[in-house]
Design a binder for this molecule. Structure first.
Ligand code: SF4
Length: 467
């Protein structure tokens, strides 16, 4: 994933830009970048964040940044913001999303005798590709429409110009953009948590495919939102920040409802409920309060010496860091029957490790309740950790064990009342050494989020999505 922030003000905006961008740090693990514009032009800086904080990298450079408008990004993609010089004037651009037809668009650009300047070992920088497509338009608006037409995958963007910030949300709204307002300034962000400490209040959630030009005084809508929406449901389940809201729906409230739904009709007898930190905590609160069972913390995260949380791209390193960060509290584990809530099971490697630790510390029973259905399809719209191959997914591994292959029609496995579904869950339970395991049903997840199913991307559970 990636997250971004932009602001434009009657006064210098660098302080807002710096902290506003920082509040998106949980969304990206690779690169951070800031760009501001003033009368003399652009100032930009980009840093690798794989082993450091955004704040410690950028803070020493802040005295060199001056300007009334700027954009910043924390990204899993190549370096950005990109600065372009074109017939549209100079502009800086940052994007959140994933381009699935990058190669095809690269060839198309070469046929038109265009070129790319920002190369990395992975090839064309996706943000530069977007900027090249924008420059095919006579205006920014036309260029952004060109991007929406040509890009397969997802693409939300912010463009910093001398006439304001253009903000465009992905055509199906897979990733969010929200606008905030305060006296003499506007801000745009992936996460609403960027706003309260900087005194912005939420003004407006951009709709899918909507394009705005934002200035310090106000905003102009250049393209109306589309009716079809497919916002990523995983934002609420897992990677969104607990205090944030998307489409006006708060993340932690949704997680509470997820846990509460899991608790209804569940009668397993346990001594404690707990959440696997951090993203399982909200779900666990909902579960524990609904069943009136004490909630405790048998696992506590050790954060002072482990700076990054969304983590290195390499899965083995991620597993290792996750393992080292989690400390058990034996006092709360020995001789206890504990029920854990977790946002999702991706590979299950870490969970297996956690269960093992609990038994070693003397747990009598370990139960697991998962806030979403079984993951069966890798994400093809966002660039983040569940975008791996399908065999990385615990559900697919279980199907492979049952069938000897996993490339078959999965309808029966997706049917929550079928024998095959039950068998798949049972295989996962056995592999993770759990006493009992239950997943959330799709209908209950949709209800907990509170949007109609057709407005949510639920592809990674049921293979349904527009593309
Ligand atoms: S495929 Fe999954 S993770 Fe990707 S956008 Fe859709 S719901 Fe989100």
């Amino acid at each position: 994933m990636s997250g971004f922030f932009g602001c434009i003000s009657k006064n210098d905006c660098v302080y807002d830009l710096f902290y506003g961008t920082d509040y998106n740090s949980h969304l990206g693990a690779s690169k951070g970048g800031l760009a501001v514009i003033n009368k003399e032009g652009f100032t930009r800086s980009i840093h690798n964040l794989e082993s450091d904080y955004f704040r410690s990298k950028f803070e020493p450079e802040l005295p060199g940044f001056k300007g009334n408008s700027g954009i910043g990004i924390i990204s899993d993609l190549e370096a950005s913001p990109i600065i372009s010089h074109s017939h549209l004037g100079r502009f800086a651009i940052a994007m959140v999303g994933r381009i699935n037809n990058l190669e095809q668009l690269e060839k198309r650009a070469f046929r038109k005798k265009l070129h790319f300047a920002e190369l990395s070992k992975k090839g064309v920088n996706p943000t530069e590709l977007i900027s090249v497509l924008i420059c095919e338009g006579r205006t920014f608006e036309e260029g952004i429409r060109n991007v929406f037409e040509l890009v397969q995958g997802s693409c939300s963007m912010m463009i910093l110009t001398s006439e304001g910030i253009y903000a465009a949300r992905d055509k199906y709204g897979r990733t969010p953009i929200v606008m905030g307002k305060k006296e003499g300034a506007h801000a745009l962000a992936s996460e609403t948590i960027s706003f309260p400490n900087l005194d912005y209040s939420i003004e407006y959630y951009l709709g899918p495919g909507e394009i705005l030009r934002v200035t310090a005084e106000g905003y102009e809508r250049l393209k109306q939102p589309e009716k079809k929406m497919q916002i990523c449901a995983f934002l609420w389940v897992y990677y969104g920040y607990p205090a944030s809201s998307y489409e006006g729906i708060n993340v932690d409230m949704c997680r509470y409802r997820c846990g509460s739904t899991l608790a209804q009709g569940d009668n397993v007898e346990v001594d404690y409920v707990s959440g696997i930190p951090d993203s399982g905590s909200g779900h666990a609160l909902g579960y524990a309060n609904t069943r009136n069972i004490p909630i405790v913390r048998p696992f506590v995260k050790y954060t002072p010496t482990w700076p990054r949380s969304f983590m290195p791209q390499n899965q083995d390193v991620r597993d290792f860091v996750a393992r080292m960060k989690l400390i058990t509290n034996r006092e709360l584990i020995r001789d206890k029957r504990i029920l854990f809530c977790e946002d999702s099971i991706v590979r299950g490697t870490q969970l297996k490790d956690n269960t093992q630790k609990l038994y070693e510390e003397g747990a009598r029973e370990v139960h697991l309740r998962v806030a979403c259905p079984t993951l069966l399809f890798p994400c093809k719209f966002l660039n983040f950790s569940i975008s791996r191959t399908r065999m990385d997914l615990a559900g697919r591994a279980a199907i492979n064990e049952i069938e000897g292959r996993d490339d078959l029609n999965l309808d029966e496995y997706m049917d929550e009342n079928s024998e095959k579904h039950f068998l798949m869950v049972e295989k996962i339970r056995i592999r993770l050494r759990l006493t009992t395991l239950r997943y959330q049903k799709m209908g209950d997840l949709v209800k907990a989020i509170g949007l109609p199913k057709e407005k949510l991307c639920t592809h990674c559970w049921d293979n349904s999505s527009y593309s």
